[in-house]
Design a protein around this ligand. Structure first.
Ligand SMILES: Nc1ncnc2c1ncn2[C@@H]1O[C@H](COP(=O)(O)OP(=O)(O)OP(=O)(O)O)[C@@H](O)[C@H]1O
Ligand SMILES: [Mg+2]
Length: 322
């Protein structure tokens, strides 16, 4: 491979401007100790002594990009509440130019995990779909912001924050900007015309049904790609790595075998790295190889689901040489 990744990161990445749109959420952890069972019900009582807040969903994609050195703006919706303010603060700490619409009738999406003695006891989700009026305002801002970016990443977590995804793709394409989508749900018609979609195995199964062989998968993936007029379908396959369906034939990229600590957020790293490298004009298969290396590093880390440019460059060069 002739990709000089160190040079890309040293010279060009800082000039890339990425626009991230999508479902923003707060990953909140309550840590505590369990000493007794509640007298009210047969459940443990957790005495909380530490709280940890992290950017989730589109926020985690933006954070990954910022750590890699790109310029990032994020367009999303929050409620007029404490978790919304926590998200604002985390994004500004990460250097993300966030434009968050406050919807008075919306609760900021929070995934709250209660952890007692290293063990997750409960997860509590707060979520509500944002109002149509707010989303319309957001679309109007997208129309402006798309002109100032090099690539658009749409992070759809199925929470209702990207109802106008079809219009966004159209606007981006009309402006000549590549669009990548991390999809959700059973109707991918709305993603038609995007350049790249990055479903995982269960997301792809939801739209094309199950497959019993690689041949059948190839046929189904190609059909979907043709139907949606997309350039590349990147199937992420957890411990099996990934498969890129772009030109024929498809390309399988094996997972980096390492000790796995925390797989959550790997998909966010994949789309962040892929979008960044594609914005530099690199071929999609090479860009997927870089994204696969990035995701492999992230799953080997506990907690901080991001990869630094130094880690990414070192791992990529040791695998593919220069
Ligand atoms: N167990 C694993 N071992 C090695 N690599 C992994 C593992 N799980 C994930 N990866 C890497 O991360 C990439 C994305 O993982 P996956 O297909 O699970 O995405 P995802 O389901 O969208 O993740 P999430 O939604 O949790 O962020 C894979 O293509 C692979 O490179
Ligand atoms: Mg995912």
């Amino acid at each position: 491979m002739t990709l000089d990744i160190k040079k890309l990161f040293a010279e060009r990445v800082k000039c890339v401007r990425v626009l991230v749109v999508g479902d923003l959420m707060l990953d909140r952890y309550w840590f505590g100790d369990v000493h007794r069972i509640s007298p009210e019900a047969p459940v443990p009582v957790v005495k909380i002594d530490r709280v940890d807040d992290r950017l989730g969903g589109a926020g985690n994609v933006a954070r990954n990009l910022s750590v890699l050195g790109a310029g990032v703006s994020l367009l999303s919706v929050i409620g007029n509440d404490e978790p919304g303010r926590a998200l604002q603060r985390l994004l500004s700490e990460e250097g993300v130019d966030a434009s968050l619409y406050e919807d008075l009738n919306f609760d900021t999406i929070v995934k709250l995990r209660v952890i007692g003695r290293q063990q997750q006891l409960l997860r509590i989700d707060f979520e509500k779909a944002p109002s149509a009026a707010i989303l319309k305002t957001k679309l109007a801002e997208f129309r402006q912001r798309v002109l100032d970016c090099d690539v658009v990443i749409i992070s759809d977590y199925g929470k209702g924050g990207v109802t106008h995804v079809a219009e966004m793709i159209q606007l981006a394409r009309n402006a000549g900007k590549p669009v990548l989508v991390d999809p959700k749900g059973d109707d991918y018609g709305k993603y038609a015309g995007a350049n790249v979609i990055t479903p995982n195995r269960s997301e792809l199964r939801q739209v094309v049904g199950n497959w019993s062989s690689e041949v059948e998968l190839e046929r189904k993936a190609r059909q979907l790609r043709d139907d949606l007029r997309i350039d590349a379908l990147l199937l992420t396959r957890s411990e099996e790595g990934m498969t890129v369906f772009s030109g024929s034939p498809s390309v399988a990229i094996p997972a980096q075998i390492r000790e796995v600590f925390d797989v959550s957020g790997a998909g966010d790293t994949v789309i962040a790295v892929l979008g960044l490298i594609l914005a530099l004009g690199i071929d999609v298969v090479d860009a997927c190889r870089v994204a696969n290396v990035g995701a492999g590093i992230v799953v080997g880390k506990l907690g901080t689901a991001v990869v630094t440019p130094e880690e990414l460059c070192a791992a990529f060069e040791s695998l593919y040489g220069r």
